[in-house]
Design a protein around this ligand. Structure first.
Ligand code: SAM
Length: 357
């Protein structure tokens, strides 16, 4: 085969090969949790990679904060649109698309020069960030570099293993200030990302029935639940925010959980939920041993098929937690019992998810 033929074959291969995607987070533990989410199969749609792994070198708490998604078949625009609407969006800093690899940045420049400049303005999009000015200086002046109005993106990720990159037509990056929403939009929204992510995790979360929210003040979770459930029963001795109290489908029982059983029963009956609640959630911030004890008397009020979502508070920051929910006698009548580390959980928190048999 002549040299041109070889080049054509390589170009055709590059054009058709399935790219990898590298997602950059703000912390190594977020990268780890992204891998757990991917392994769960819970909310990454088809085409988001056959495997996810943390890029090293790393320890449990420090590293490049990168996750490699191998073999992403969703087109870039579709993948990034999904990510933008997903519960992971706030935790993601940058998304790099990878089709080629080489030994180091000098080899990268050689390969780019051999390829030639793109047919339009190019945005350099590099990890680490400081590679961008280095690369900008290394490329000849006929490469039109434009950080804002560009038609092509050069994604580059340089790690101890070498350089991974791709150059492709792309008018918009995943992260631009134009659309970035703040994660916290008000006191009621502060805690809701945890519940939103937990509901995304369970995938077929109940809608339209009755939810019981233990430790509900000031009302972020209850407000979110009220938007999809027929009725929400919120239990907390503390006040609820006025906007939560104003919701027509929310009942506040101003009491500790331990003394609220008769009122909960009455509220369930008033909401027409004689058969029990569809969802029992709690964000009371208790250690599992305390939480399970407090929730136990209420498990009888959850319907078969009803979901249990509990925030658990631990004392250590380690990745692995000693508490095993599958050995918890109170949860013997539940299936799909898992303790997950949501992106929205703190280092000390986990979320227990279970479905009543
Ligand atoms: C982290 S806050 C919950 C925030 C809430 N999920 C939200 O979205 O607004 C924890 C709440 O648990 C409540 N709490 C703690 N112990 C409780 C108990 N024994 N019974 C009822 N509520 C309790 C506290 O009063 C506090 O308001």
């Amino acid at each position: 085969m002549c040299v041109r033929g070889l080049e054509d074959a390589q170009e055709a291969c590059l054009a058709t090969q399935t790219p990898d995607v590298i997602v950059q987070f703000q912390s190594q533990t977020h990268a780890y949790r992204c891998v757990l989410l991917h392994q769960s199969g819970a909310f990454f749609p088809e085409g988001c990679g056959v495997e996810a792994e943390e890029v090293g070198p790393r320890t449990d708490h420090a590293g490049p904060c990168l996750v490699l998604l191998k073999g992403v078949t969703l087109p870039r625009a579709d993948f990034e649109a999904w990510l933008r609407d997903s519960v992971m969006e706030w935790a993601v800093m940058r998304v790099y698309w990878i089709k080629q690899r080489c030994a180091d940045r000098q080899e990268l420049v050689r390969q780019l020069l051999a390829q030639g400049p793109p047919d339009g303005a190019l945005r350099l999009h590099c990890f680490p960030h400081k590679l961008e000015p280095w690369l900008g200086d290394a490329l000849p002046l006929d490469w039109v570099l434009q950080p804002a109005a560009f038609t092509h993106v050069l994604d580059v990720v340089e790690t101890a293993a070498g350089v991974a990159y791709s150059m492709s037509p792309c008018p918009r990056l995943f992260r631009t200030t134009a659309w970035t929403r703040p994660r916290l939009e008000g006191p009621l929204c502060k805690a809701t990302s945890k519940l939103a992510e937990a509901l995304a995790w369970v995938k077929h979360a109940p809608r339209g029935g009755v939810a019981i929210d233990l430790g509900a003040s000031p009302g972020g979770w209850s407000t979110l639940l009220a938007s999809s459930m027929h009725h929400v029963i919120s239990i907390d001795p503390a006040d609820m925010a006025p906007e939560a109290l104003a919701l027509p489908n929310l009942t506040h029982i101003k009491s500790r959980v331990e003394t609220a059983l008769p009122q909960i029963e009455a509220a369930l009956a008033a909401a027409g939920a004689g058969g029990g609640a569809d969802l029992l959630v709690s964000d009371m911030n208790k250690h599992p041993s305390a939480m399970i004890g407090m929730v136990e008397p209420l498990l009888a009020y959850l319907k078969p098929g009803g979901h249990l979502l509990l925030t658990l508070k631990f004392f250590s920051r380690s990745r692995d937690k000693a508490w095993d929910p599958t050995n918890c006698p109170q949860l013997a009548g539940f299936r799909g019992v898992q303790v997950v580390w949501l992106l929205a959980n703190t280092a000390h928190e986990r979320t227990c998810v279970a479905i009543k048999c």
